[in-house]
Design a protein around this ligand. Structure first.
Ligand code: SF4
Length: 469
């Protein structure tokens, strides 16, 4: 039984671990990828878990990526923390590095080892069976499962896979619904230095979540399979008060669609208004008509990240996006009128994409006057309906784990382009959007703080270095 490996309750020390990597990986929220430039934010799974676990355990955070620790130094630090349990991020993108690192971590510390990440959204029991160093995998980070497992209260575990006696027990993921509560995350446990975020206007920032999952059904995205639940606003406000007490005013909200419930969002923004907050959030173009952007700007939001995905209405229908390119145009115009900077996210390298699709995506980004464009390469994400189709059509290899939406490694070809051609087209798209003289002049004139100038300069250089011809 998993709990019998833990020492007495009073000796329990839990380390929340972001393992080291040859590259900067983002492995949180079931979507692993390499950073597109140089950015790295506090991983939201660990942020949320820090609050839940700190109620019952002594919690430490070791973010080997933020601290730029190589594997030997990360192992040394981990051993010096003498954990009784480790909860570690893992990612499909970095699995070939994560697996040996975690094996060694287990050997060196003897700690009980739980993992969380995209890799476990499909075939979790098989992955656990093949990796004896991992004792269990969390299938949700926003419920009480991690604490229940570490307390040995297995009856309370909702969605996880864990060893039980000689076997493996699986409690499949449950779609989130309604409202959920998590204790205030312990942002103070995360490193003060080492995180960077391209859109932040201040150096120090936190990652926050006011809801979980997403109620929309976009075929390529894991978020729609998680269900959707919101945190009570009182809990969110308590977290904001804690963040403020740490002297932090900059926030990256990782809600996948900020403002799904318009009135709730307006209330939150009104509570933040006039208090010096400065923040970034994701939302959908079709939320614009609810007056959301105006409320966000009033609450201190400076940057809104909007899913565009495609310049082609047929493609938007295929992906079940539920909005049109015309709504996208209106949303960008409205965001600009509200004084928000805009980031358009585009999905490129889908099954039907050819060279022309890449060109049209860039033209659409230019037409929308996006302040930033984020070109995400299609990946057959575990647990999505899309993956099933792509495997059936022979475009995705069922046993290929390595995938990266930043497109450093291309996971699949399209019907018209090889992987190498997708990689070249992606690099060309990024250069042709960012290296326009008019764009560069606009960016320079829009800089507001010294931190912003430094960060955008270094992020821009890193982005272009990764996308040389
Ligand atoms: S709206 Fe965005 S986060 Fe939600 S399912 Fe669609 S792509 Fe994913």
């Amino acid at each position: 039984m998993i709990a019998s490996r833990l020492p007495s309750r009073h000796a329990r020390r839990v380390v929340l671990l972001n393992p080291p990597g040859r590259e900067l990986y983002l492995r949180d929220y079931y979507c692993s990828k390499t950073t597109k430039s140089n950015y790295l934010y506090p991983p939201i799974d660990l942020v949320v878990l820090s609050g839940s676990l700190a109620r019952d355990f002594e919690v430490r955070v070791l973010d080997a990526l933020a601290e730029r620790l190589d594997p030997p130094r990360a192992l040394e630090r981990l051993a010096s923390l003498a954990p009784d349990a480790i909860v570690s991020l893992v990612g499909a993108v970095s699995w070939e590095e994560d697996r040996p690192f975690l094996e060694e971590a287990k050997r060196r510390t003897g700690a009980l080892l739980l993992a969380t990440g995209d890799l476990f959204r499909e075939g979790a029991a098989e992955t656990l069976a093949a990796n004896p160093s991992i004792d269990g995998a969390l299938l949700s980070f926003a419920n009480g499962d991690a604490g229940a497992i570490l307390r040995g209260d297995m009856g309370a575990v909702e969605s996880a896979v864990f060893r039980d006696g000689g076997g493996i027990r699986e409690r499949p993921p449950r779609a989130a619904r309604g409202s959920f509560r998590v204790p205030t995350p312990r942002h103070d446990l995360f490193p003060r230095r080492g995180y960077r975020f391209s859109f932040a206007r201040r150096r120090r920032f936190v990652s926050m979540l006011t809801d979980f999952g997403c109620p929309y059904p976009c075929t390529f995205c894991i978020m729609g399979t998680l269900g959707f639940a919101t945190r009570p606003l009182a809990d969110v406000l308590e977290e904001l008060a804690f963040v403020r007490s740490l002297g932090v005013r900059e926030i990256f909200f990782l809600d996948q669609t900020f403002g799904v419930q318009a009135e709730r969002a307006r209330d939150l923004c009104a509570s933040m208004a006039g208090r010096g907050w400065s923040w970034t959030a994701f939302t959908r173009p079709d939320r614009a008509s609810s007056g959301l952007f105006e409320a966000m700007a009033g609450g201190g939001c400076h940057t809104v990240i909007l899913g565009v995905e495609s310049a082609d209405d047929a493609r938007l229908r295929e992906y079940r996006k539920g909005y049109t390119t015309e709504e996208v145009r209106e949303a960008f115009a409205r965001a600009r009128r509200s004084g928000l900077r805009t980031v358009g996210t585009f999905l490129i390298g889908g099954p039907e994409d050819d060279e022309d699709s890449f060109r049209r995506a860039v033209e659409f980004a230019v037409e929308l006057r996006c302040d930033f464009a984020s070109f995400n390469v299609a990946v057959p994400r575990f647990g999505t309906p899309w993956r099933e189709e792509l495997v059936r059509d022979g475009l995705a290899e069922p046993n290929r784990v390595d995938m990266d939406q930043a497109g450093e490694r291309i996971a699949m070809p399209t019907r018209f382009l090889t992987r190498e051609e997708v990689l070249r087209a992606k690099r060309r798209a990024i250069r042709s959007f960012y290296l326009r003289p008019s764009y560069l002049a606009r960016r320079l004139l829009a800089l507001r703080t010294l931190h912003e100038a430094r960060s955008q300069f270094s992020e821009g250089l890193a982005l272009l270095a990764r996308n040389r011809g």
